[in-house]
Design a binder for this molecule. Structure first.
Ligand SMILES: [Zn+2]
Length: 304
C-alpha cells in the first residue's frame, strides 16, 4: 500500500497542499507495518506520512496517503485488540453525548461510523434509540462483537447511500474521522442521511491540545492511520460547510483503566513493561482514571 501513494489537498476546505505549512516530516518504516498498524488502540508506533497544516482551515493532513481502496482493504484486514478499552470509551462517549440528546433524537435511528465490536450501540439502545446501526470495516472486530449486537453491525466502510436520505436522527463517529480518506464527503453524506433536527457527533483528537503540543512527534496522535488531524477551527469549518448549525466543540475527559494510560505513555524501553507490571502487582491496572488527553466532542444539528 505504500507503493502507490496519492497526493492530497486539504480534505476539509480543499485548499492546495502547496499553500500549507510543513507540520511534520514523514516517518515510515515499512518493516514495522503489520496487521495491527491499522487497528484501533494499539501501542503507538509514531509513524506518519508527511503532514501539512492548511492555512485557511487549520486542518493538519497527510500530503501523500494510500488510495481509499487500499485503506479500506487495510482496515478490512485489521486485527482487533481493544475490547476492554472500547467499553470504557463507549461509556465516556455516552456520558458526554447524553446532554445533547432530546426526545426528538432518542426515539429515532442512530448510525455509528467505525463501530468496532458495537459496544457503543448498546449505549445508544440504553439511551432510547429505536434502531441502532454500526458500520465497521474490520472483519475481526465484527466477529468479536457480542451475539446480541452482531445483527446491528454492517461490515464495510461508510458509503453515502447506505441509508435512506432524511431518515436518521443521529450520526456518530468516534475516533474515526482522522482515519477516513474524505472527511468532507463523510460530513456531507451524514447531513443528507439525517432528518431535519438530527444531530451529528464526532470525537476527535485535538492537535492543538497542550498534551499533544508537549509530546510532539511522540504523541499517540502521530500515527500512520491518521489521514488528518483536527482542532476546533477545522471542525467548525468541516461542519459549517456541510450545512450544520448550532455547532458545539468542547474538550472531554476520557475515563480508562490505568494500564491503558500506561500503554500509551511515551516511556523509554524497559520502563513501560516495568510500570505496567508494577501497576498490575499493586492491583491498580484496572482502576480507572478520567483525564483530559486532548480529545474534542463536536455536536451539530441539521437545520429544521
Ligand atoms: Zn483546509
Amino acid at each position: 500500500m505504500l507503493d502507490r501513494l496519492r497526493h492530497r489537498d486539504c480534505p476539509v476546505c480543499g485548499a492546495p497542499e502547496r499553500d500549507g505549512r510543513p507540520f511534520l516530516s514523514a516517518a515510515i518504516d515499512p518493516a514495522r507495518i503489520d496487521a495491527l498498524s491499522f487497528a484501533s488502540r494499539k501501542a503507538p508506533e509514531y509513524m506518519t506520512f508527511r503532514l501539512v497544516r492548511c492555512g485557511p482551515c487549520e486542518t493538519v493532513f497527510a500530503a501523500e496517503a494510500p488510495e481509499a481502496e487500499a485503506l479500506a482493504q487495510a482496515y478490512g484486514q485489521a486485527g482487533y485488540d481493544s475490547a476492554e478499552e472500547a467499553v470504557y470509551a463507549a461509556r465516556t462517549y455516552a456520558e458526554v453525548l447524553a446532554p445533547h440528546l432530546g426526545p426528538q433524537q432518542r426515539g429515532g435511528t442512530a448510525l455509528e461510523i467505525g463501530a468496532g465490536t458495537g459496544v457503543f450501540l448498546r449505549e445508544l439502545q440504553a439511551m432510547g434509540f429505536a434502531e441502532v446501526v454500526g458500520i465497521e470495516p474490520s472483519l475481526e472486530a465484527v466477529a468479536a462483537a457480542p451475539a446480541a449486537l452482531r445483527p446491528h453491525l454492517r461490515l464495510g466502510v461508510f458509503e453515502p447511500g447506505c441509508r435512506e436520505a432524511d431518515s436518521l436522527s443521529l450520526v456518530c463517529c468516534f475516533q474515526t474521522l482522522e482515519h477516513v480518506p474524505d472527511p468532507r464527503g463523510l460530513a456531507r453524506a451524514a447531513y443528507d442521511l439525517l432528518r431535519p433536527g438530527g444531530l451529528i457527533a464526532f470525537v476527535t483528537h485535538d492537535y492543538r491540545a497542550p498534551i499533544n503540543r508537549l509530546l510532539g512527534r511522540r504523541s499517540p496522535i502521530i500515527d500512520i492511520e491518521h489521514m488528518q488531524l483536527f482542532c476546533e477551527a477545522s471542525l467548525r469549518r468541516l461542519l459549517g460547510e456541510a450545512g450544520f448549525e448550532e455547532i458545539a466543540v468542547a474538550a472531554i475527559r476520557n475515563r480508562y483503566p490505568l494500564r491503558y494510560w500506561l500503554r500509551l505513555m511515551p516511556l523509554p524501553g524497559p520502563l513501560k513493561p516495568a510500570a505496567l507490571a508494577a501497576a498490575e502487582t499493586l492491583g491498580l491496572g484496572r482502576r480507572s482514571l478520567a483525564v483530559n488527553v486532548g480529545n474534542l466532542l463536536s455536536v451539530a444539528r441539521k437545520p429544521l
